[in-house]
Design a protein. Sequence first.
Length: 261
Amino acid sequence: MYILYDVADKIATITLNRPDAANAQNADLLNELDAAWTRAAEDPEVAVIVLRAEGKHFSAGHDMRGGGEPVPDKITLELIYQAESKRYLEYSLRWRNVPKPSIAAVQGRCIAGGLLLCWPCDLIVAADDAKFSDPVVMMGIGGVEYHGHTWELGPRLAKEILFTGRALTADEAAKTGMVNKVVPRADLDSEVRALAEQIATMPRFGLRQAKRAVNQTLDVQGFYAAIQSVFDVHQTGHGNALSVSGYPILTNLDEMKAAIK
Ligand code: ZN
């Protein structure tokens, strides 16, 4: 079980529970996570959803060692596109549009695919040790599958972190508006709980429509269409890597791990 699920006081808490692997995401973890979101969305007892992570880090991103599903003999762009459409695009969009407020609690590293878990949440509270990064340009790819970067950070900072691979601190992320609040690491769970409890006292339909108002405004501005088309830009990175090396990414993993330390 990679995901823990709990409901108390109208708050569903979904916990990434793979701390020994820094909550790296394999197919099983993401499928379980999606099931938990669906459960919270459908449970009439639940007013607010909290997404949190066990351990030192929120998520190290996609598990490059795979796991959860057998790897086919020959990797094609069609297979990559199919798997990533489901888990890295449709899942994130679905979570974003769950008609209940959600809060992500982020500590430690949140790398690449980690952003696909917290960006879809309505609010993000970060511990003061949180660091957000998307270093996939090192792998010959233009950014993770779900392009929240430009929306969350604005075009210049989005380009800077993509071009350099550097991590944003929690304070920097708060300054751009990507993070609502930065709190001491020891207070992360209690602060998020207090915020969730406060929101849970509000009328349900008002919350639902407030969320829809903001998301709909972003969609009218092009969010949905941009997310879809940049997903395809992302896939050209995999296509190029496959044509060059026969593998979906370019840089070898050890070099990448060393670079993002
Ligand atoms: Zn990808």
